[in-house]
Design a protein around this ligand. Structure first.
Ligand SMILES: CCCCNCc1ccc(S(N)(=O)=O)cc1
Ligand SMILES: [Zn+2]
Length: 263
């Protein structure tokens, strides 16, 4: 019932009227991860993330979510290992959340919805020279997904929460520096599921190696409430719309394998 409500909200949302999937797309995201059908792959290596907080540049409201953007002109904040053959550069992270704590995540675990989901977006800097190039290629992107649960206050997140009122409207941007995204990862990053999928917002390109963390992080109810104080709309628009339910409806698996790094 909760999921149906979430899906209804999603389908009705102005953000998603229009072409929802790439015609013929057979590796779209997000998906439900059926845990018992995931396949343990002992060849999956530990993930190695090296993030330099000094590459953090700005935080802005792009009308879908809010993004924290990193300088990706050098290999200072990188991800490798796990299912990845190449070196990937962090370019941004953002979140998806609901209007209530009952839903908000894009991926689900055995249909379990979480109130929000963090995406850390990286592009293949061994093969491409710009995110915009990599976004079009099969092995172009790697996105780490982390589920959020409501519980104790997340001290590391608070610096970001405090910056949100300054970017309430679509198109607003403020300087945001010295933020270490590693503080948003769960303690254990070696337990994850991985599958080949797509971006979950336009251009929906099928260029993503998804790495979904088994362990979640906790944020407080009040911290999540500040996410919901953001607006989809720009300051000039007459009708202001709360930025909530910015998740995509789930997509068919189309026979894809979901591998796990743990048994
Ligand atoms: C070419 C410019 C595209 C900007 N937006 C990219 C983008 C969209 C969705 C995701 S997600 N939600 O799949 O992680 C990441 C990055
Ligand atoms: Zn996302």
């Amino acid at each position: 019932r909760v999921r149906d409500a979430a899906e209804h909200v999603m389908k009705m949302h102005p953000m998603w009227q229009g072409p929802l999937a790439i015609p013929g797309g057979d590796r779209q995201s997000p998906i439900d991860i059926v845990v018992r059908k995931s396949i343990f792959d002992s060849e999956l290596k530990p993930l190695v993330s090296v993030y330099d907080p000094n590459t953090c540049q700005q935080i802005w409201n792009n009308g879908y979510s809010f993004l924290v953007e990193y300088d990706d002109t050098t290999d200072k904040s990188t991800l490798k290992g796990g299912p990845l053959q190449d070196n990937f550069r962090l370019c941004q992270f953002h979140f998806h959340w609901g209007e209530s704590n009952a839903w908000g995540s894009e991926h689900t675990l055995d249909r379990r919805l979480f109130p929000a989901e963090l995406h850390l977006v990286h592009w293949n800097s061994d093969k491409y020279s710009l995110f915009e190039e990599a976004v079009m290629e099969d092995n172009g992107l790697a996105v780490i997904g982390v589920f959020l649960k409501v519980g104790k206050r997340h001290e590391g997140l608070q610096k970001l929460v405090d910056a949100l009122p300054a970017i309430r409207h679509k198109g607003s941007v403020v300087e945001f520096t010295r933020f270490d995204p590693a503080c948003l990862l769960p303690s254990n990053i070696n337990d994850y599921w991985t599958y080949h999928g797509s971006l979950t917002t336009p251009p929906l390109t099928e260029s993503v190696t998804w790495i979904i963390m088994k362990h979640h992080i906790e944020v407080s109810h009040d911290q999540l409430a500040v996410f919901r104080s953001l607006l989809f709309t720009s300051a000039e628009e007459d009708v202001q719309k709360s930025m909530v339910n910015n998740f995509r409806v789930q997509q068919p698996l189309c026979g894809r394998a979901v591998r796990s790094s743990f048994s």
